[in-house]
Ligand binder design. Structure first.
Ligand code: PLP
Length: 396
């Protein structure tokens, strides 16, 4: 084959989530949309804030076309980067400025660019299981190798002993994702402090920086007043990969940013490497209209009570029926123990009840499924009898 084999195999085999989502569309045509309980995709069901929609209309009427639809600076418009940096400083007291921010097309681009900026061939990247499956694709694309750190059973917090044992001379970076996909777990401040302590110790031992990349598309989706520690305040060699996909329900608009910690060793050089990696990957000039939308709606928020209600209905009912899962503090996923060892076999049985959940072996933990509850409340309520029938089938 003359084309790139790796690219072909990625394009030829869809992710398990996409497979299920495609199946759900076909099945809906056969039996009707309301009879298929699709919990596969993390597509926000809550509308973007009104302020966002109004701003889009206002900008389209008022602003000139070049500002809205023309190229911006490769790393993003200056007024947008300034506003974001000021906002981060106000919220988390980090002395960021516009020269630490690079606008990107969502968290996926932020991660791809950051990894490309940091990695040389053969470098290792530690990820905490369960983890977003695309990390493997992004790390390998940057020439790196993924190393999986096992979680603490039951809580899905980080297993610090296992983490420390996975760090080697080859470790270039660690990706941390809290609130987490697929568990919904938020890592505690104590956990973050311990992770950073280990990283500082190992960086010293190997006499080189080990970078901490914080993947934060779910930062704003937390319930019951839980705080998500801001990584830059705990570890200097850190980058934040942020996205408005879930925070403002704008996943199709592809907008986010990378923030490079100004306290990092050689922070300026790292920022330039980020700009260079964006350039080499063709990710210059994130969507201009949405850069300006973000500037104008910097404090806008989606109504997370809708997700919280969904979480409570699903968690309370499923656990009452006998399903096992940790109560998620954030994001919009429930990570449920399959009722048999093989999560794929469980998925097939659930499918017979029109319940479409995602088997999570590829997320680095076997025997679990992910339920995305970013759906209409009606779908959750209507699916409950099917969950009940499914567990009864296992109890027989
Ligand atoms: N990181 C995690 C943990 C995710 O769950 C997702 C999307 O679901 C992404 C990154 C990619 O986000 P974006 O749509 O902003 O590229």
């Amino acid at each position: 084959m003359s084309i790139n084999k790796k690219a072909f195999s990625l394009g030829n085999k869809r992710s398990v989530i996409r497979e299920i989502f495609e199946y759900s569309k076909l099945r809906a045509k056969e039996i009707g949309k309301d009879k298929v309980y699709d919990f596969s995709l993390g597509n926000p069901s809550v509308k973007p804030p009104k302020e966002v929609t109004k701003t889009i209309c206002k900008l389209l009427k008022k602003e000139d076309a070049t500002l809205l639809h023309g190229y911006t600076s490769a790393q993003g418009a200056l007024n947008v980067r300034k506003t974001i940096a000021q906002n981060i400083h106000l919220r988390f007291n980090t002395k960021l400025n516009q020269n630490n921010i690079s606008m990107t097309c969502g968290a996926a681009a932020s991660l791809t660019i950051s990894l490309k900026a940091l990695f040389n061939k053969g470098d290792e990247c530690i990820v905490f299981a369960p983890f977003f499956t695309e990390y493997r694709v992004f790390v390998e694309n940057a020439g790196g190798k993924i190393v999986i750190s096992k979680p603490q059973e039951e809580t899905f917090q980080i297993n610090l002993k296992d983490f420390e044992s996975k760090i080697t001379r080859k470790t270039k970076a660690v990706i941390i994702n809290s609130p987490n996909t697929p568990s919904g777990v938020v890592y505690t401040e104590q956990t973050i402090k311990s992770v950073c302590k280990i990283l500082n110790k190992k960086s010293k031992e190997y006499n080189k920086p080990i970078y901490l990349i914080s993947d934060e598309p779910y930062r704003e989706l937390v319930y019951d007043g839980i705080e998500v520690p801001y990584i830059m305040n705990y570890y200097k060699n850190s980058l934040v990969c942020y996205s408005y996909s879930k925070a403002l329900s704008l996943p199709g608009e592809r907008i986010g940013y990378i923030a490079v910690n100004p306290k990092m060793e050689k922070s300026k050089e790292t920022y330039l490497a980020v700009c260079g990696a964006g350039r080499s990957l063709g990710y210059v000039c994130a969507p201009s209209l949405f850069q300006q939308v973000i500037k104008n709606c910097i404090n806008a928020k989606v109504d997370i009570n809708i997700y919280k209600q969904n979480r409570d209905i699903l968690y309370n009912n499923l656990t009452k029926m006998g399903y096992q899962c940790v109560k998620p503090d954030g994001a919009f996923y429930l990570f449920v123990k399959a009722l048999e060892k093989d999560a794929y076999a469980f998925f097939e049985k659930a499918k017979k009840h029109e319940l479409l959940v995602v088997p999570c072996d590829d997320f680095g933990v076997k025997g679990y499924v992910r339920i995305a509850y970013c759906v209409d409340k009606k779908r959750i309520v209507n699916s409950l009898p099917a969950f009940e029938k499914l567990i009864k089938e296992y109890k027989k």
